[in-house]
Design a protein around this ligand. Structure first.
Ligand code: APR
Length: 308
């Protein structure tokens, strides 16, 4: 039987994710949104293009969480974007309410699903999804590290004018200003980037990576990034459904790894058919560890603001 991928939230990220996932031919895709007609319309539009794109996947749309039933993977993009005048806490409360509703529906309708959270503030929403579903840690993860890393990789490729295929790099930590791009582990075909890009310039690239989301918001003015986030989430779906055992940073539930617990946080994991197969602990320098701990404190503080 074909696998089923449900995407909750048929906005910019959700609809783009449906496109990328359908092209991977890993299963059929259901878009679910509260706005009547939108998930149905986008899913139909996608399916109508599938003969031309030769993407052999059904895409359907729905306004009912009942259609989560039978999902192997659920990608959650439902949420409000941050609007002018909205504090971080306002956004957190508004999106926590949505995540709570969606989590209850997933627990009831798709109790065996893997859940990939995309809604911001990412690490906190992922933690809340995990708590509310009561699912095992391996099955609830957040998409942020893949996105931050692909941004870092693309900036390195731009800088050196080399193929993106040869650039590997990883960003750890929370999905916020305190994220930790690891320059020491970034390579171009195995050559450390520290050998190819002067330190001062590399620091600028790190800063650009940290501000990657804000840079797009400043350009778009009326919305936030969606192509890169959607393709990052799609890559995680593929890693699970094809049991690829990809080594990627995801917001995973920590229980003592990196000396941290009781939070979801960006760390390198092996992603395969059981979800987070294992967390990889890389030895960190003192400054990297300090940066990671600072980022973890930010996430912990936000977790403290979640509804009890
Ligand atoms: N159930 C289902 N869908 C919902 C719900 C809900 N309870 N609440 C809101 N939605 C839908 C909205 O109707 C909208 O179509 O979620 C969608 C969000 O889409 P956009 O506003 O286009 O936002 P998008 O750019 O896709 O970002 C979604 O991902 O990257 C993060 O910060 C971003 O948290 C945001 C999320």
């Amino acid at each position: 039987m074909r696998k089923k991928i449900s995407i909750v939230g048929a906005g910019n990220v959700g609809a783009s994710c449906a496109l990328y996932v359908s092209e991977m031919e890993v299963g059929d895709v259901t878009l679910i949104d509260i706005v009547e007609g939108v998930p149905q319309g986008k899913a139909l539009d996608l399916f109508e293009g599938s003969p031309v794109r030769r993407a052999d996947a059904k895409t359907t749309g729905s306004n009912s969480y009942d259609d989560l039933a039978g999902s192997d993977v659920v990608v959650v993009t439902a949420g409000f974007p941050r609007k002018p005048g909205m504090s971080r806490t306002d956004l957190l409360n508004a999106n926590a309410e949505i995540i709570g509703t969606v989590a209850d529906a997933i627990r009831e309708k798709a109790p065996k699903a893997f859940v990939i959270v995309v809604t911001n503030p990412l690490d906190v929403m992922t933690y809340y999804m995990w708590k509310r579903t009561g699912f095992p840690r391996q099955r609830v993860m957040g998409m942020a590290g893949v996105l931050d890393s692909t941004r870092f990789r693309s900036f390195i490729a731009m800088e050196l004018n080399v193929s993106i295929e040869d650039v590997m790099a990883m960003v750890l930590g929370g999905h916020g200003d305190a994220m930790v791009p690891l320059t020491r582990f970034a390579t171009v075909s195995g050559i450390p980037v520290t050998e190819l890009i002067p330190e001062a310039r590399l620091n600028e690239i790190v800063t650009r990576t940290k501000n990657g989301g804000a840079e797009i918001v400043a350009l778009l003015k009326t919305g936030s990034a969606f192509y890169a986030p959607a393709s990052s989430a799609a890559q995680m779906v593929e890693a699970i459904l094809k049991d690829k055992r990809r080594v990627v940073p995801v917001a995973a539930g920590l229980n003592g790894e990196y000396g941290l617990k009781d939070l979801h946080f960006g760390v390198p994991v092996v992603l395969g058919e059981n979800g987070v197969e294992r967390i990889i602990e890389v030895p960190l320098s003192e400054s990297e560890r300090a940066a990671l701990e600072k980022s973890a404190r930010e996430v912990h503080d936000m977790i403290g603001e979640l509804p009890k």
